[in-house]
Design a binder for this molecule. Structure first.
Ligand code: GDP
Ligand code: MG
Length: 440
């Protein structure tokens, strides 16, 4: 999903990452690229303008973060802007006397029937007793499709060819009441485009059954067209929510960003595939993350910033610059890493290739290793950590015994530390900006 968009955005962020600070000209250059990428993904231009205006003023007014590089900082701000544009997570409001009618409307092919079945499963898993009504009097096959899906998931379907849509709804509700259903999903008839007859029918059903929810099912792959359809429906019926289907396709996808801003109707679910369980309650945070195409890099960035103690790091950075990196600093860095969470989780949150690598890493072993390393460090005296050169054979044996490890492991740790010190010395000569993730 959103792959093309995500890729373009990543390129923008990479460009930003090379400089040391967020300068207005860098922000503007990045925002121009982001604008083009969003317009290409078929996001409504007005929505793009509003979003970028907010991102720009935040990016320029925010204090330059010492924990994040400029690319990461813009990602965080853009992510927050996207979350705002996507709106609150919409929840179903199922109140009133049972059975509670939930009406699904939308164009033909948008995914209404498929979504009805997915939603039925989802509601049932939350303890609802669900029934469905086929309310498409024009295409008998449509009713059969729903009946078949219903039998596969063991949800009763009212399907009686020959009845008008409103008659089917009334009779179906009655049957559902007798059957003890708490929620009834109504699969209405769609048309290939917005037309008056379809709207009139939806209005008639609404009057007859007074649905507690009227959900527009819209095909996210159609981009702006989906926004146009939502506007058309909204003019005639009181939509209480949107379900965006086919969010698994990577084409366009800008509809998701525009839908909420343009229509004001909350997105309640997204469909992510043809399978029966490919329906997710809409989570703006998660979707914004996917749009940026960065695994949960945003979560990672947030954690990094939380874990980052500015004062501590500043002092350590100054020592590093002088090539004066003690085992104490080494230990502190390990502690920072551990504050971010289990190793596997950290890798999982990395973009693209690294997220894949997480599968090949034994996270538990890595965490165990980290814990052992910390045990060794805490078995040393403060002086030993500050001047590791004093560590002779007998001290090493004492440390190994104290930490429940071996002299071999203590030596291994010392080798790692020496390598790291060498690295920092080199970096120190060139400036810390050389390492993207380190404090500047
Ligand atoms: P309706 O005419 O609105 O009832 O649409 P259908 O439920 O019959 O769905 C039309 C087509 O879209 C079917 O081939 C579905 O399998 C497919 N479809 C529905 N939802 C999704 C989705 O979230 N992802 C994908 N990839 N396909 C979907
Ligand atoms: Mg259908």
């Amino acid at each position: 999903m959103f792959e093309a968009l995500a890729e373009r955005l990543q390129q923008v962020f990479r460009g930003l990452g090379r400089h040391g600070k967020l300068r207005p000209e860098d922000v503007d250059a990045a925002l121009n690229e982001i604008r083009l990428a969003l317009l290409d993904a078929d996001v409504h231009y007005q929505v793009v303008d509003d979003l970028l205006e907010r991102v720009r003023s935040r990016a320029l007014s925010e204090e330059v973060s010492r924990a994040l590089n400029p690319g990461q900082q813009v990602i965080r701000i853009l992510h927050a802007g996207l979350v705002e544009a996507l709106g609150e997570p919409g929840r179903l409001s199922l109140k009133g006397p049972t059975p509670r009618p939930v009406l699904l409307v939308g164009l033909q092919g948008s995914g209404k029937t498929t979504t009805a079945a997915k939603l039925a499963r989802w509601l049932r898993s939350r303890g609802e007793r669900v029934a469905m009504i086929a309310a498409d009097p024009y295409r008998p096959a449509a009713g059969q499709q729903l009946a078949l899906l219903g039998s596969e998931i063991h949800v009763p379907v009212f399907h009686q060819p020959g009845l008008s849509a409103t008659e089917a709804c009334a009779a179906g509700l009655e049957a559902a009441a007798k059957g003890g259903a708490s929620v009834v999903l109504i699969d209405s008839a769609g048309r290939s485009q917005l037309d008056d007859e379809m709207m009139a029918e939806v209005e008639a059903i609404t009057q007859r059954v007074q649905p507690v929810e009227t959900l527009l099912v819209a095909d996210a792959m159609t981009g702006q067209e989906a926004v146009h359809v939502a506007d058309g429906f909204k003019a005639r019926v009181r939509l209480t929510g949107l379900i965006l289907t086919k969010m698994d396709g990577d084409a366009r996808g800008g509809a998701a960003i525009s839908m909420r801003s343009v229509t004001g109707v909350p997105i309640k679910f997204i469909g992510t595939g043809e399978a029966r369980d490919a329906l997710e309650p809409f989570e703006p945070e998660r979707l914004a993350t996917r749009i940026l195409g960065m695994g949960d890099v945003v979560g990672l960035i947030e954690k990094a910033q939380e874990a980052f103690d500015q004062g501590e790091a500043q002092a350590a950075a100054e020592r590093l610059m002088k090539g004066d990196f003690s085992l104490e600093d080494f230990g502190e860095q390990l502690a920072q890493v551990r504050k971010m969470g289990p190793v596997a989780q950290i890798l999982e949150m990395m973009p693209g290739g690294l997220a894949g690598a997480a599968r090949h890493v034994d996270g538990e072993a890595a965490d165990r290793q980290l814990r052992r390393t910390q045990a060794i460090l805490s078995s040393m005296t403060r002086d030993e950590r500050r001047s590791p050169d004093v560590l002779n054979g007998s001290r090493k044996r004492r440390i190994a015994a104290g930490s429940g490890t071996s002299v071999q492991e203590v030596n291994q740790l010392l080798r790692q530390y020496q390598q790291m010190r060498k690295l920092y010395k080199q970096v120190g000569k060139r400036g810390l900006g050389g390492l993207g993730l380190l404090p500047r």
